[in-house]
Design a binder for this molecule. Structure first.
Ligand SMILES: *Cc1c(COP(=O)(O)O)cnc(C)c1O
Length: 219
């Protein structure tokens, strides 16, 4: 099932990319593996996706040694007391949502002699439970992060609100792209999930984060 799901998703990505005239290879699929068993993750790797996203450091720590050749990225909120183990496994942290967290990542990365790739999470919608910088806070956040020599800021990430029709997610993706274009057109955009990845690609997504559509039936 996972293999078939991935084939279907790839076809859908190709179709959107054809429509907007960008190469399908521009879009990176991050398989979000929270709650999935090592066997499912291995099946995903066998089907050609070995880039995995986790929400929790603890869960990732227990799973990553069981998967050969995987690369891991963090997409969920990171607590400062989990930064140290997080730096050992994640090659990109999508969810940097405060300067305090950025500072701690910089501090721990310095100890490890690592330059940590990060994205800044942006709150493009007003749902109160969301993490991330408000758009108007971004300029100060970017300036702050630039001062940390062990951080490599690679772009922006957002989680769009859950909506009935994927078209309704478009304004949130567009806002992220506009912000990116204001700061650095070379930055990556991490946006789009199982229900709205096609709209996200149309709005310029570089990394789409897919969970259910890869691992579940009939999403
Ligand atoms: C779970 C999760 C995803 C994947 O969501 P699906 O709807 O299962 O594709 C993507 N990004 C984040 C931050 C997540 O927590």
């Amino acid at each position: 099932m996972i293999k078939e799901n991935i084939e279907k998703v790839r076809r859908r990505i190709e179709k959107v990319c054809e429509k907007i005239k960008v190469p399908a290879a521009k879009v990176t699929i991050l398989a979000v593996t929270k709650g999935r068993q090592p066997l499912e993750i291995q099946e995903c790797a066998k089907a050609g996706i070995n880039l995995f996203g986790e929400n929790r450091v603890q869960e990732a720590l227990s799973k990553y040694p069981q998967i050969d050749g995987g690369r891991w990225q963090l997409v969920g909120h990171l607590q400062t007391n989990k930064v140290k183990p997080a730096l050992r496994i994640f090659d990109l942290i999508h969810s940097v949502d405060s300067l305090r967290l950025a500072e701690e990542i910089d501090r721990q990365a310095d100890k490890l002699g690592k330059i940590q790739d990060i994205l800044l999470e942006v709150k493009t919608s007003l749902e109160p439970a969301k993490y991330g910088f408000a758009p108007q806070e971004l300029e100060a956040a970017v300036a702050g992060v630039m001062k940390f020599k062990n951080l490599n800021l690679k772009g922006l990430m957002t989680v769009a609100p859950v909506v009935g029709d994927p078209q309704q997610a478009r304004p949130f993706f567009r806002q992220l792209k506009n912000l990116r274009d204001q700061f650095d057109p070379g930055w990556l955009l991490s946006m789009g999930m199982s229900d709205d990845f096609e709209v996200a690609i149309e709005e310029g997504a570089d990394i789409i984060r897919l969970g259910r559509i890869i691992f579940e039936k009939n999403v």
